[in-house]
Design a protein around this ligand. Structure first.
Ligand SMILES: [Zn+2]
Ligand SMILES: [Zn+2]
Ligand SMILES: [Zn+2]
Length: 308
């Protein structure tokens, strides 16, 4: 790893980046430059960070210059990488130790049985469960699943600050839809690297509420895994198909906004596995009594769309 005051960046391994940022003064430098929004001189930056000793401050500043900070003629400024660090820190710590205890949200009932749902927030996810039926993933409270689990939606901790339970759920849907949309196009929503899609098909699927073999209500799901970072999205196939022009056109025609609404169409739909090798499946979505039937191949591509 190297340092530079010429605006060049030496490549950092993830371990080196974490080691470099594992220091209060260095993070304070990044946050101070982000808050300033303009170039700061050495003295100004040091005063704002609140370090009296020039030598000690200089040592830490040197560590971040070239990687997260640029030294220009008019002063020190954050690089894009530095801005991303500050964004990540702020998205995780805007609220202290955010917790949302299980809360019933009446206005978005269970898409399968109509009973009220309950949500809770932990580990950057809003989990939602039906208070009456097995939901999407059954009654087993194992492997982090919640009885009646309807799935968990990613939301940074900052997303629960200043919101009630209903708007937390709505925000999580908006945030997650944007992530699914980006991932469906093969781009990681967190780091922009290439995403690999995998079909998850239960070959012994039993119809009914939740299948004993796979523990899911739906036989077909997908996993989108980033080839660079740890991001993995996994859900029912509708969450992937929601990015297709066919589904978007169908929803728009019916006045449904997938960014803000409860996705009843995307939970309760018909599926038919027509072939497993190669895979071909048929999925029928219903809005206001109208149906959209998509035929999907093993690459998760829509090969035909029929509206009735
Ligand atoms: Zn239910
Ligand atoms: Zn199954
Ligand atoms: Zn990624």
């Amino acid at each position: 790893m190297g340092e530079s005051d010429t605006g060049e960046t030496a490549t950092l391994s993830p371990d080196e980046a974490f080691a470099l940022l594992g220091n209060e003064t260095r993070l304070a430098i990044l946050r101070t430059l982000a808050a300033a929004g303009e170039p700061l001189s050495f003295t100004d930056l040091r005063n704002r960070v609140g370090i009296r000793q020039g030598g000690q401050f200089n040592y830490h500043l040197d560590k971040v210059v070239g990687h997260f900070v640029d030294k220009r003629e008019d002063g020190y400024v954050l690089r894009q990488t530095g801005k991303r660090v500050v964004e990540a820190v702020l998205s995780g710590t805007l609220t202290e130790d955010p917790v949302l205890e299980p809360t019933v949200v009446e206005s978005w009932p269970c898409p399968y049985c109509g009973a009220p749902c309950e949500i809770r927030f932990r580990e950057e996810h809003v989990a939602r469960r039906c208070t009456s039926c097995p939901g999407l993933y059954g009654q087993r409270d194992t492997g982090g699943r919640w009885p009646g689990d309807l799935g968990a939606l990613h939301l940074p901790p900052a997303g629960i600050a200043g919101r009630d339970a209903q708007t937390v759920l709505e925000s999580a849907f908006t945030w997650s839809y944007a992530e699914w949309l980006v991932a469906a196009k093969g781009v990681c929503p967190r780091c922009s690297a290439r995403v690999d899609h995998t079909l998850l098909v239960c070959e012994e699927h039993a119809d009914g509420e939740v299948c004993d073999a796979c523990g899911r209500r739906k036989a077909v799901g997908f996993r989108s895994a980033c080839t660079n970072c740890d991001t993995t999205l996994e859900s029912v196939l509708s969450m992937h198909l929601a990015a297709s022009p066919e589904v978007l056109a169908f929803l728009t025609t019916h006045g449904v906004d997938p960014l803000t609404e409860s996705w009843d169409w995307g939970w309760d739909y018909e599926e038919e596995v027509r072939s497993t090798d190669p895979f071909e499946g048929r999925f029928t979505f219903t809005v206001d009594g109208d149906e959209l039937t998509l035929t999907v191949d093993e690459d998760l591509e829509v090969v035909s769309a029929v509206t009735e």
